[in-house]
Write a protein that binds this ligand. Structure first.
Ligand code: NAP
Length: 487
């Protein structure tokens, strides 16, 4: 039985706009389907342009007083939200797991991770420093101050429903901005639950509004309404590129956290046990549906057999099942399209000569109503196969042999993406060389899970523009103003 009634009533979900709970004006809703069972979790308001316009108008109004508070005053609200997220961790994890299929224990981890951004930015708000510059004349003083950019919009994906929201809304709030959040259609309930916490924390009306519904009309309003000065988007590179075009008309500031195709390199001097454990953590987290998932596992030819043996044993021990079960490690794919893409990648690889080391098909039996695919390992993979260039976004690990450091770096970099890359070695000279040669925004050296709130997260090349987290994540919500004072 659900225990979420203490946080949101799943039978009557509403949007949070200007501090009020609202149905869509046209009365429409859309269904959120549990990918573990195929059953409807809840119906959610199908908002559109009008609701977005109201949220933007409320944000403009709220900005007048919110931006005048000190960062320390604003931080108190973030810290309260941080505390509430921990208090309602179970409920939030349950919602996430039901609506998008994240394994429950992992979903609890995401709640902690999401809350950590609120704490980090609450503390970082104290350090929105300006600058003084030596003047060229004795009767002048030059300084730079940093001010909130204004009303911002956050468009978030389904794969990290809470964390992608807090790492946008957190810095926006502490910087003095007000926000409108448009969550993905597959994970709107987490956003509504966050709205509930915003209300409980006593955040003034209009500082954060949540609008659920179709991306088209909501984003049209966001991009065409001149009140919105900045948009932070996390999602696919395809949509990100469309948003660049849309933002040109009003030159809106844009941060983009997009797709990835992470190489995971195991050198001959690596600790193979650690490397295999890291590869499992990186590849199968969120059932392989993360932008920083290992997509291509390159292993030095001299250790490939040993590594594959250890890796396959670990993959075969992963527990697959209904995501709400706390002992489950691999849940369902989020959608039928997602499942079909996984099947296509495996089929394509096998038809071009790859070999199955384990897995390779949908899960049948008791789980047949859900969107489950067996944790899969492919050997003998080469660059002709789709899996080495497109994001698989599923529980499939391709293993590719290599012979030299130069060769593997060239292969690792041969992608339009540049988000995360991983490598395992015990050689310090190699560690420096390879870290500097990889063309990716995030490098995990002997570390499969490098993302933390205090470090900058973001991509090079077609993986995005801007950074989230770290002190850099706050810069994205601030304008620099230069003031020359004569006297
Ligand atoms: P997506 O289809 O691009 O959707 C992301 C968000 O954009 C959703 O809220 C979606 O709303 C919205 N959207 C869709 N079409 C839009 C449009 N034409 N205009 C404005 N907004 C639009 O991506 P996804 O499939 O949900 O997420 C997976 C992708 O996100 C992967 O490529 C993954 O690598 C990437 N990702 C990147 C990061 C990062 O930090 N770099 C983190 C997580 C995920 P609807 O749901 O209503 O369509």
């Amino acid at each position: 039985m659900l225990k979420t009634s203490g946080l949101v009533d799943l039978t009557e979900l509403k949007m949070y706009v200007n501090g009020e709970w609202k149905a869509a004006q046209n009365g429409e809703t859309f269904s959120v389907i549990n990918p573990s069972t195929g059953k409807v979790v809840a119906k959610v308001p199908n908002g559109g342009r009008q609701e977005t316009q109201q949220a933007i108008a409320a944000a403009e109004q709220a900005f007048k007083s919110w931006s005048k508070l000190t960062a320390m005053e604003r931080a108190k609200y973030l810290l309260k939200l941080h505390e509430l997220m921990h208090e309602y961790k179970h409920e939030l994890a349950e919602i996430m797991s039901l609506e998008m299929g994240k394994p429950f224990t992992e979903a609890e981890g995401e709640v902690d991770f999401a809350a950590s951004y609120l704490q980090w930015f609450a503390e970082e708000g104290r350090r929105i420093y300006g600058e003084t510059i030596p003047a060229s004349a004795a009767n002048k003083r030059l300084m730079v101050i940093r001010q909130p950019i204004g009303v911002v919009a956050a468009i978030t994906p389904w794969n990290f429903p809470l964390a992608m929201m807090t790492r946008k809304v957190g810095p926006a709030m502490v910087a003095g901005c007000t926000s409108i959040v448009k969550p993905a259609k597959q994970s709107p309930i987490s956003a509504i639950a966050f709205g509930k916490l915003v209300e409980m924390a006593g955040v003034p009306a209009g500082v954060v509004s949540i609008v659920t519904g179709n991306a088209g009309p909501i984003s049209d309003e966001i991009f065409e309404n001149p009140i919105v000065r900045k948009i932070s988007f996390t999602g696919s590179t395809e949509v990100g590129k469309m948003l660049v075009t849309k933002s040109a008309h009003q030159l809106k500031r844009l941060s983009l956290e997009l797709g990835g195709h992470a190489p995971f390199i195991v050198f001959e001097d690596a600790d193979l046990e650690e490397a295999a454990a890291g590869a499992v953590a990186s590849k199968f987290r969120n059932t392989g549906q993360t932008c920083v998932c290992a997509n291509r596992i390159y292993v030095h030819r001299s250790v490939i057999e040993k590594f594959s043996e250890i890796f396959v044993e670990k993959v075969q021990s992963l527990k697959v099942g209904n995501s709400i079960d706390p002992s489950v490690q691999v849940g369902p794919l989020v959608s039928k399209d997602g499942l079909e893409k996984v099947e296509e990648h495996v089929h394509d690889a096998l038809s071009k000569g790859a070999r199955l080391l384990c897995g390779g098909q949908r899960v049948s039996g008791e789980l047949a109503d859900g969107l489950f695919y067996e944790p899969t390992v492919l050997a003998g993979v080469n660059t002709d196969m789709l899996i080495t260039s497109e994001e698989t976004f599923g529980p499939v690990a391709p293993i590719i042999p290599f012979d030299t450091e130069e060769e593997v770096i060239e292969h690792a970099n041969s992608t339009e993406y540049g988000l995360a890359a991983y490598f395992y070695t015990q050689n310090i000279s190699r560690a420096v060389r390879v870290s500097e040669a990889l063309e990716f925004g995030i490098i995990g050296m002997n570390d499969a899970i490098p993302t933390v709130a205090q470090a900058p997260f973001g991509g090079m090349k077609e993986s995005g523009v801007g950074r989230e987290g770290g002190h850099q994540g706050l810069d994205e919500y601030l304008e620099e103003k230069y003031i020359s004072m004569g006297f």
